[in-house]
Design a protein around this ligand. Structure first.
Ligand SMILES: [Zn+2]
Length: 97
């Protein structure tokens, strides 16, 4: 039982952090330790700050996938145009002959 008493009396403090999703994380720090400005939320991975009413903004996701999808879309359009042109040419040849 003496173990618990010793743990309680250790010079530590709990610093609450909140992420943009409203998750509260209590970080236990030594009293003399510097309090970090941000803390990664262990539940969703977003940065969390000490101001519950103004959590850090959600970091923007890189538009990597969107750009790739855009390129793929353009390419399939070009392929579609080529196929259409080929079909028209074939039709024209058939009519001409
Ligand atoms: Zn969170």
């Amino acid at each position: 039982m003496g173990e618990v008493e010793r743990g309680e009396s250790a010079p530590r403090r709990r610093i609450p952090f909140w992420c943009a999703n409203g998750h509260e994380t209590r970080v236990i720090l030594a009293r003399e330790a510097d309090v970090p400005e941000f803390w990664d939320c262990p539940r969703c991975g977003l940065p969390a700050g000490q101001d519950q009413t103004a959590p850090p903004p959600v970091p923007r996701i890189e538009p990597y996938k969107t750009h790739l999808a855009y390129v793929r879309e353009r390419r399939s359009d070009a392929d579609g145009d080529a196929l259409l042109q080929e079909a028209l040419d074939r039709l024209r040849v058939r009519r001409g002959g």
